[in-house]
Write a protein that binds this ligand. Structure first.
Ligand code: SAH
Ligand code: SF4
Ligand code: F3S
Length: 442
């Protein structure tokens, strides 16, 4: 049997897409190889959100090229956002690549690879008729009790730094019936936790035909009503579209977890404006207040960028202030990375590298201190944990996540997929530790 290996870069949407790529390849009769070295078909599902994933891909492809020189029948396929950004240019940059395709045309992978024979038309960028939801393809899920569920593709925002709208196209909402049918099927298969995925989940539904037009709050309620789904997560919402009905649905639906990943990007209203985020520091803070008032014990995480063009020391300090003021439970922190073709890449006043490096270090320090304080407040409480497997650092412990999405390493005897109560006894800035007290009654 020929074997494939998929390497994934980037966000949850890419992780979702990779599961569909695997599902498709398995339908073509391939098996999964435990490592790249043992595979005949190497797929790289790429990201191009910052320069770093581009460079990481180059290193991976160098290794793949060496493997192909030894075994010339190896097939190298590059999909995802970087492939879409480069298109035909990819083949001159990386002549060892056989097939390249963007995130909207995964469904055609089978045609390009040719069932069993791999008669690939080398060096052509794969184009399909039109973008299709990867969600309609067969899948190979990592865990039997958790699933990603795609609710939209593309993005209609115009954030000045971001390449996603260019590579993933305009936003299209998946029909509510299709989303709910998939989740009902997943629940029947034993899935207990779903994560709804879209670049901006809160604008979901607005582009649907008038007969089925609805909103994200309604979707949360409909998913909550599906038997067997005990945890609902979603990522990412855009603060500009986080409205009252969604907050109410979060507060009222038992299965919707007490966590929101609410990307702030910057604490300076001036920079937010230049970024075209369309909210101010004050509006973001009001939203946080409103959410916390409605959802007790809500965990908030965020994305932050330092060194956006024109960011002054004062602007940066405002970001530090908002991190303290909100008290984020965690944050992904990024150094601004100019992306060819985006508005911000052409802006004057690009911030020098050493200033960006200094700011990211200071930001990480504050983020970690605040998150450590937030986690320390959990000590002494009992949290419901969905067991995912053994701890990554100590295999005698179990690992899982709380409803607030914090990783917990704990002593206990539960199996992956079980919901258990854990007494929290220790904390760091990113994890909790404790011991299982009982099997939670769901
Ligand atoms: N659609 C999602 C995720 C976008 S990408 C959302 O809007 O929340 C994830 C994060 O990467 C963004 O929130 C942003 O913080 C960061 N990011 C995007 N483009 C970037 C760039 N050019 N440089 C640095 N960070 C960037
Ligand atoms: Fe990028 Fe902004 Fe769309 Fe998120 S909302 S994907 S940051 S353009
Ligand atoms: Fe990267 Fe594409 Fe996701 S650029 S962050 S993989 S949408």
């Amino acid at each position: 049997m020929r074997r494939y290996h998929v390497t994934t870069f980037g966000c949850q949407m890419n992780a979702h897409d990779s599961e569909r790529i695997k599902g498709l390849l398995e339908e073509l009769g391939l098996g999964e190889a435990p490592s790249q070295e043992e595979a005949d078909v190497l797929v790289f599902n790429t990201c191009t959100i910052r320069e770093k994933p581009d460079t990481r891909l180059a290193a991976h492809l160098a290794r793949a090229a060496a493997q192909k020189r030894q075994r010339p029948d190896t097939v190298i396929a590059v999909g995802g956002c970087y492939a879409e950004a480069q298109r035909e240019r990819l083949f001159s940059l990386y002549p060892e690549v056989d097939v390249a395709f963007g995130p909207g045309t995964i469904a055609h992978l089978g045609e390009w690879l040719g069932a069993g024979g791999f008669g690939v038309p080398r060096g052509r960028f794969g184009t399909g008729d039109e973008r299709r939801f990867a969600a309609t393809l067969p899948t190979h899920r990592e865990r039997p009790f958790q699933a990603w569920v795609q609710i939209s593709m593309g993005c209609n925002s115009t954030c000045a730094y971001c390449i996603v709208p260019r590579v993933r196209g305009r936003e299209v909402s998946r029909r509510p019936g299709d989303v709910l049918a998939e989740i009902t099927r997943l629940a029947d298969e034993g899935v207990r936790e779903v994560t709804l995925l879209g670049q901006n989940v809160n604008s979901w539904g607005r582009d649907l035909l008038p007969e089925i037009r609805t909103d994200f709050g309604e979707l949360l309620r409909a998913v909550d009503a599906i038997d067997g789904i005990e945890r609902i997560r979603f990522t990412s919402p855009h603060p500009k579209d986080f409205r009252r009905p969604v907050i109410e649905a979060m507060a009222e639906c038992d299965a919707v977890c007490e966590h929101a990943h609410l990307p702030l990007q910057s604490g300076s209203t001036r920079i937010l404006k230049a970024m075209r985020r369309t909210y101010s520091r004050e509006r973001y803070l009001r939203l946080v207040e409103e959410m916390r008032a409605a959802i007790p014990d809500l965990a908030l995480t965020t994305d932050l960028i330092v060194g956006f063009p024109g960011e002054t020391e004062d602007d940066f300090r405002e970001t530090l202030e908002v991190v303290e003021e909100v008290g984020f439970d965690g944050a992904f922190t990024f150094v601004y990375s100019p992306r060819a073709g985006t508005e911000a890449a052409a802006m004057p006043d690009q911030v020098p590298d050493e200033v960006k490096r200094d700011r990211i270090e200071r930001l990480v320090e504050v983020v970690q201190r605040v998150a450590a304080e937030r986690n320390a407040q959990r000590v002494g409480r009992v949290e419901q944990v969905l067991v995912e497997g053994p701890s990554r650092t100590d295999p005698t412990l179990l690992r899982g996540r709380t409803r607030r999405n914090t990783t917990v390493n704990f002593t206990g005897d539960a199996a992956p997929g079980e919901l258990v109560d854990v007494l929290i006894e220790r904390s760091t800035s990113t994890t909790l530790g404790g011991s299982q007290v009982a099997v939670a009654v769901a």
